[in-house]
Ligand binder design. Structure first.
Ligand code: SAM
Ligand code: SF4
Length: 334
């Protein structure tokens, strides 16, 4: 083990979110424009490089690894990577290996993921209406994703549904989504839409539905108990007493959570972003490729963590996109 990663604000970095591809089989309107320019394949880290990179982070104290994208399960050969990470679960160095997915490929991969040691999966799903699903994802088809949800549960994976809260889109589906998750014993988390990247003609402020309002609507029908549980991340949780289910709210806009941040993000080209809401990044690909030894890589990781900023500046309060990021969510992985 190397010395743990501690940032300038004394936060221990124990959680890595790794984007393994910027490509996706969907084009969600809040995430991508219809015509996206993807990175040349040669710029991507190879599966072996992804393994070396994650292994270095794990040596330096990362205990939780979330694989994301783009759509992580469209990366060719991705199961080789997951199977490789299983050794860190077996050694006990890694406590959790998980992923965030749009669910489209889960029918194919759920059993293999479970076999590799994955126990929980976040599936992004904003609506249960087939027509609206096609509209919001542009290229996605709801039945395929629902088969993926079934396959995940059948494989033994604990499922959490992530829904982006979208004004005039899934507002009226709040209770449908909630009761569907309750029936299937799945946790549910809502996310406020964030100003990430150019999304063509879509209007972000028009999409934004504040979660304080969503919470108030839930409170009209249920008794809500706030849970003290924190994951070091942006979600706050509450329990609906009548159903016993747990609902999470990810509120980057209305509530700041940076003081407890324990995470960093690495893109599929090896850029490390130590804050989702800041442009600052460092390159890990050059040190990774410069030497077969891991010392330069570890040094670069430590230097990057040494620059982790205090927090983000997202702000819609002046009816403009404060803190807008030039990169898309699919670039850093959300
Ligand atoms: N493709 C996978 C998926 O959709 O789950 C993983 C990557 S996706 C970028 C990760 C999460 O980011 C998804 O839950 C998606 O809904 C969310 N997301 C994308 N763009 C967003 C935005 N502008 N604001 C808030 N959440 C966003
Ligand atoms: Fe793809 Fe996920 Fe972005 Fe939708 S949110 S376009 S599924 S990366």
């Amino acid at each position: 083990m190397s010395a743990p990663l501690i940032d300038p604000f004394q936060r221990a970095i124990t959680y890595l979110r790794l984007s393994v591809t910027d490509r996706c089989d969907f084009r969600c309107v809040y995430c991508m424009s219809e015509n996206m320019q993807f990175l040349p394949k040669k710029d991507l880290l190879t599966l072996e490089e992804l393994d070396r990179l994650c292994s270095a982070f794990i040596r330096m104290g990362v205990e939780k690894l979330r694989i994301t994208g783009g759509e992580p399960l469209v990366r060719r050969g991705i199961m080789t990577f997951f199977n490789g990470m299983a050794r860190h679960l077996e050694s006990g160095a890694l406590k959790e290996l998980t992923l965030t997915t749009n669910g489209s490929q889960l029918e194919k991969f759920a059993d293999d993921l479970y076999a590799a040691g994955v126990r929980r999966v976040n599936i992004s799903l904003d609506t249960l209406d087939e027509t609206k699903f096609a509209e919001i994802t542009r290229w996605g088809r709801l039945p395929q994703v629902l088969r993926g949800v079934d396959a995940a549960q059948k494989a033994g994976l604990r499922v959490k549904i992530n829904a982006v809260a979208l004004k005039d889109f899934n507002e009226e589906e709040l209770f449908d989504l909630q009761s569907w998750c309750a029936e299937r014993d799945m946790d549910l988390t809502f996310i406020e839409v964030m100003p990430m990247g150019d999304i063509g003609n879509e209007n972000r402020l028009g999409q934004y539905w504040a979660l304080d309002d969503l919470r108030a609507r839930l409170a009209e029908r249920f008794t809500l108990t706030d849970l003290a549980e924190r994951t070091g991340g942006p979600a706050r949780y509450m329990r609906l007493e009548e159903t016993g289910q747990k609902i999470g709210l990810i509120t980057p806009l209305t509530h700041n959570f940076c003081e407890s941040c324990n995470r960093v993000r690495v893109t599929c080209t090896g850029e490390i972003y130590t804050c989702l809401g800041q442009e600052g990044k460092s390159d890990l690909r050059a040190p990774l490729r410069a030497s077969e030894a891991d010392a330069p890589l570890e040094e670069a990781i430590r230097a990057a963590i040494g620059l982790k900023p205090k927090g983000h500046d997202f702000d819609y309060s002046r009816q403009e996109l404060g803190g807008q990021m030039s990169r898309h969510m699919s670039h850093t992985g959300g």
